[in-house]
Design a protein around this ligand. Structure first.
Ligand SMILES: Cc1cc2nc3c(=O)[nH]c(=O)nc-3n(C[C@H](O)[C@H](O)[C@H](O)COP(=O)(O)O)c2cc1C
Length: 155
């Protein structure tokens, strides 16, 4: 899977006013009508329980300047209160109360549609209720390293 280049997202959940975020790159489009996406989440993560409990979450697509945020929300021992100082992560709330990351390339407001256990992960499929998109370049992840978009391929 390391040979499959991806973007990087932060999955965000509201926990009674607290922000919970988790770095995820196992994210994909599923359907256009209705608009459905999926994210695969390890059973061992806290996020796994939160998604089942809350049934609503945000997908924040990181831009190339947000590497520190990806690293921060992948650390198992992190707590949210240091996210601004250590990684520069700030959040607004959507009308649904879901945390939306400042400066992300895109934001998807997701309502849980279904969940399928698959090995040690669960595939969470969600309906996309709102989308915010901005200009900019994405943070990429390829062969275990963070990358930037490079040259256009010659036709
Ligand atoms: C680039 C990158 C991508 C990741 N993608 C996923 C993913 O798609 N699914 C997943 O369950 N964990 C993924 N992880 C690992 C989680 O971010 C990590 O286990 C996190 O600490 C779990 O947080 P939680 O226990 O607070 O939910 C990824 C980590 C990195 C660095």
């Amino acid at each position: 899977m390391g040979r499959f280049a991806t973007g990087v997202t932060i999955v965000t959940v509201d926990l009674d006013g607290e922000v919970h975020g988790m770095t995820a790159n196992a994210f994909a489009s599923v359907s256009l009508d209705p608009m459905l996406v999926l994210v695969c989440v390890d059973h061992a993560t806290r996020t796994h329980a939160h998604l089942h409990a809350r049934k609503r979450f945000g997908i924040n697509v990181l831009c190339e300047t947000q590497r520190a945020i990806s690293e921060y929300y992948a650390r198992p021992e992190r707590t949210h209160e240091h996210a601004e100082v250590e990684a520069g992560a700030l959040f607004d709330r959507t009308k649904h109360g879901t945390p939306m990351l400042h400066g992300a390339l895109a934001y998807l407001e997701c309502r849980l549609h279904s969940a399928q256990v698959a090995g040690d992960h669960t595939i969470f499929i969600a309906e996309v209720e709102d989308v915010v998109a901005r200009e900019g370049d994405p943070l990429l992840f390829f062969r275990g390293k963070y990358r930037k978009v490079g040259e256009d391929v010659e036709t």
